[in-house]
Design a protein around this ligand. Structure first.
Ligand code: MSP
Length: 623
C-alpha cells in the first residue's frame, strides 16, 4: 500500500488556538482524507511546540511552572481539533520523552559529525523571534524587544550545507512549493549563510531540552521543534515504521516559517545523513482587511464562535474554498455568508431537498430502478466521471479551491438538468421517465457528497445516509435501487442576514460588525451616472475637502468630496468621473453637496474611478 505522510507545524502553546492554527490543521485534515479515500496508508501528524522563551514567558505570566502551563494549554488544542473533526493519526508534544530522546540523539550525531562548535558571539537578539538578528533586520522595524547580547553558545555549521542545499533545491523542483516560495528561498541562499546558534544558556532560558554535551545549555526551540517530524514516525525507536513513512510527503506550513523549514531543517537532516522531505508547502495568511489575522492585532475571528453559529462543516468549506493555496486570503463575514448561502444553501442543499421531496412524492420514497439513458442523462453521467478525474488532479496539485469549484459546477449542472427535465411535470405524462431522471439526480448527489466528504465530513454523511449509501465508492451506479430514503433535516438552512443584523444590533455590536450585504434590488436602486468636472477648488478651512462643479448631462451639480489629500483641483478638471446621483443634497462645511463620487481605495492610496472612452459622455447611466 502506498504511504502518505503529512505534517502541520507544531503550534506554540503560549496562547489559545486561533484561526491560523485551525486553517492549517483543517487543510491537512482535508488532504489526508482525500489520500485515505484513494486507498493510501496515511500518517497525519500535528502537535504542540512546548519549549522556548515564549512558552516560559506565558507560564510566568500565568504564575505556573512551564510544564504545568503546557498541560493546561494542550486540551484547548485537542478539544478544538475534535470539534473541527480533525482525524489526526498522531499528536506530538515536544515535552514528551520520545521526542526529547530523539533531539538529544540528533544533537549528538551532528556534534560527532563535527558540525557543532562553541563560540562567543556578540550581537542583537530579538526576544520575540528568539534569535540573533542582523543589523539590517533590526533597522527594518519588524522586530520587537531587541537586546544587545554577548554570550558563549553552540553553533551549527549550517554554512557547510549551503551549496548542497542550493543544488538540491535546483534539482528537485517539487521540494519547495509553490514556485514563488522556492524562488524566495533560492534568493535568500544567494547571500552567505550564517551558522545557526542552537543553544541558550540555562542562566537566561531554562525551559528547553538540555544539550547532551553541555548541561549548562538548553536547545534552541526551532532545532528542537523541527525534529518532531522524525520523532513521530519512530526515528531510532521503530525502524520499520520510520522507514515506511520517512521521508515525509509534505510538510504544510505558513509562509512566515519558510526559512526555518526550507533552510534550517534540510541542513540539519543533511548533517544527520537523513533523507529530506519530498515537499515543503507554504500557504499564505488569512488577512483581516490589510493585516494578518493575529492575536496581537486583536482582529482574530475565533473559529469557535463561527462554528457555534453556523456549524463546523460550513466553516471548513469556507476556509478551503476561499483561499488559493500559496496566496493570502481575506476573511470577511460577508464572504462567508455569501459562500454559505449561494454554494451550500442554494446549490447543494436545495438539490438534496428537491430530489428527496420528489422521490417521496413520485417514487414511494425509494431509489428508482434505473438511470436516465437519454442524452441529457448520459451527459450528467459523463460529467460526473470528468469531475471525479478533475478533482483528483486538483488535489494532487494542491488546488483545493479548484477541486471544490469543479464539484460545485457539477452540482450546478445537475440543478440545471432538473430544471430542464422538470420531473415534476414529466411525472404526469411518463412516470417511468420521471423516475429515471430522479435516479440520475440522486446518484449525482451521492457522488457529489463523496467528493465533498473530505471537506465536510458531517453534512455529506447526512446525504449519504439519506440514500443508504454510506459505504459506497465513487463509481457511477453504486446507489441502490429500491433503497428506502431516510428523512433529513435541511442540509444548510439559509442564513438570514436581516435577522443576523438584528441580533448583532441587540448584542451591542459596533456598526462595523454588522453584515453589509445588499440585495440585487437595493443595488438597482443606486443610480450611478458619468459626470464631467468643470470646476474645482479647495474648501476654506477644510484641509481634506474639495468643492467640485460637475456637469451631468444637462444638469450641473456641486459636490463636496474628501479627496483633497489625493488630488489638487487642477488634477480633476475635465475628468469624466462616476457620481452617485440619487442621494438627498447635504450641507458640508456650509456648502451644498449633491452626490458622491466613486473611488477605489487600497490602504492609504485612493484613486477616483474615471472613464476614458470616447463613446462615453457625461450624463450616461452606469450599471
Ligand atoms: N511553533 C512554530 C512552528 C514550529 S514547526 C516545527 C510556530 N507556531 S505558531 O503557533 O506560531 O504558528 C503556526 C502556524 O500558524 C504557522 O504556519 C503560521 O503561518 C500559521 N498562522 C498563524 N497566523 C496565521 C494566519 N493569520 N493565517 C494563516 N496562517 C497563519 O510558528
Amino acid at each position: 500500500m502506498k504511504t502518505f505522510y503529512l505534517t502541520t507545524p507544531i503550534y506554540y502553546v503560549n496562547d489559545k488556538p486561533h484561526i491560523g492554527h485551525a486553517y492549517t490543521t483543517i487543510l491537512a485534515d482535508v488532504i489526508s482524507r482525500f489520500h485515505r479515500n484513494s486507498g493510501k496508508d496515511v500518517l497525519f501528524l500535528t502537535g504542540l511546540d512546548e519549549h522556548g522563551q515564549k512558552v516560559q514567558q506565558a507560564a510566568k505570566e500565568n504564575k505556573v511552572q512551564p510544564k504545568d502551563h503546557c498541560d493546561n494549554m494542550a486540551p484547548s488544542f485537542i478539544k478544538l481539533w475534535k470539534k473541527l473533526h480533525i482525524q489526526y493519526d498522531d499528536f506530538i508534544r515536544t515535552t514528551e520523552d520520545r521526542h526529547q530522546i530523539v533531539v538529544r540523539d540528533i544533537l549528538q550525531k551532528v556534534y560527532d559529525a563535527g558540525d557543532i562548535y562553541e563560540d562567543e558571539y556578540e550581537g542583537l537578539y530579538s526576544i520575540s523571534e528568539e534569535r540573533f538578528i542582523t543589523e539590517k533586520e533590526a533597522d527594518s522595524g519588524d522586530y520587537r524587544d531587541i537586546n544587545k547580547l554577548k554570550e558563549k553558545n553552540y553553533f551549527f555549521k549550517m554554512s557547510n550545507y549551503q551549496e548542497p542545499l542550493i543544488k538540491y533545491i535546483q534539482n528537485n523542483p517539487e521540494f519547495i512549493q509553490p514556485p514563488h516560495r522556492r524562488n524566495e528561498v533560492l534568493g535568500f541562499l544567494k547571500q552567505p549563510l550564517d551558522d545557526l546558534c542552537i543553544s541558550r544558556p540555562k542562566s537566561r532560558l531554562s525551559w528547553g531540552i538540555e544539550l547532551p554535551f553541555d548541561s549548562n545549555y538548553v536547545t534552541y526551540v526551532w532545532f528542537d521543534a523541527l525534529i518532531n517530524y522524525i520523532t513521530a514516525p519512530g526515528y531510532n525507536a521503530n525502524n520499520e515504521k520510520f522507514d515506511k513513512y520517512w521521508p515525509a510527503n509534505c510538510h504544510l506550513i505558513g509562509k512566515d516559517i519558510l526559512t526555518t523549514h526550507a533552510v534550517y531543517w534540510p541542513t540539519m537532516l543533511m548533517s544527520s545523513k537523513l533523507p529530506l522531505p519530498k515537499t515543503i508547502f507554504a500557504h499564505g495568511w488569512w488577512l483581516s482587511g490589510e493585516s494578518k489575522m493575529s492575536k496581537s492585532l486583536g482582529n482574530v475571528v475565533d473559529p469557535l464562535d463561527l462554528i457555534e453559529e453556523h456549524g463546523v462543516d460550513p466553516v471548513r468549506y469556507y476556509l478551503m474554498r476561499e483561499m488559493v493555496l500559496g496566496q493570502d486570503a481575506n476573511f470577511t463575514m460577508e464572504s462567508f455568508i455569501k459562500r454559505y448561502n449561494s454554494d451550500l444553501a442554494n446549490d447543494f442543499g436545495n438539490l438534496l431537498s428537491r430530489v428527496t421531496n420528489l422521490l417521496q412524492k413520485f417514487c414511494d420514497s425509494q431509489i428508482p430502478p434505473e438511470e436516465d439513458a437519454s442524452s441529457e442523462g448520459k451527459k450528467i453521467k459523463k460529467n460526473s466521471i470528468n469531475t471525479i478525474e478533475a478533482v483528483g488532479q486538483f488535489i494532487k496539485g494542491m488546488k483545493i479551491n479548484d477541486a471544490i469549484e469543479a464539484t460545485l459546477q457539477y452540482i450546478r449542472s445537475v440543478n440545471k438538468y432538473m430544471e430542464d427535465m422538470a420531473p415534476w411535470k414529466l411525472a404526469k405524462t411518463d412516470i417511468n421517465a420521471a423516475e429515471r431522471v430522479l435516479y440520475t439526480a440522486a446518484e449525482s448527489l451521492r457522488i457529489s457528497a463523496l467528493l465533498l466528504a473530505p471537506i465536510m465530513p458531517n453534512r455529506t454523511m447526512i446525504v449519504l445516509e439519506t440514500f443508504g449509501a454510506e459505504k459506497t465508492s465513487l463509481e457511477w451506479g453504486k446507489i441502490k435501487s429500491g433503497e428506502k430514503i431516510k428523512n433529513h433535516k435541511p442540509l444548510f438552512p439559509r442564513i438570514d442576514i436581516n435577522k443576523l443584523n438584528k441580533d448583532l444590533k441587540k448584542s451591542n455590536s459596533t456598526k462595523s460588525d454588522l453584515i453589509n450585504v445588499i440585495s440585487y434590488d437595493e443595488f438597482k436602486n443606486i443610480e450611478l451616472k458619468t459626470g464631467k468636472v468643470i470646476a474645482a477648488e479647495k474648501v476654506d478651512k477644510a484641509d481634506k475637502l474639495l468643492k467640485l462643479q460637475v456637469q451631468i448631462g444637462n444638469e450641473k451639480r456641486q459636490i463636496i468630496s474628501g479627496i483633497a489629500e489625493y488630488y489638487s483641483p487642477e488634477d480633476l478638471l475635465n475628468n469624466l468621473i462616476v457620481v452617485v446621483t440619487n442621494l438627498k443634497p447635504a450641507t458640508i462645511f456650509g456648502n451644498e453637496s449633491y452626490g458622491m463620487l466613486l473611488a477605489a481605495k487600497k490602504g492609504k492610496a485612493l484613486t477616483l474611478v474615471t472613464v476614458d472612452d470616447v463613446n462615453v459622455s457625461s450624463g450616461m447611466q452606469v450599471y
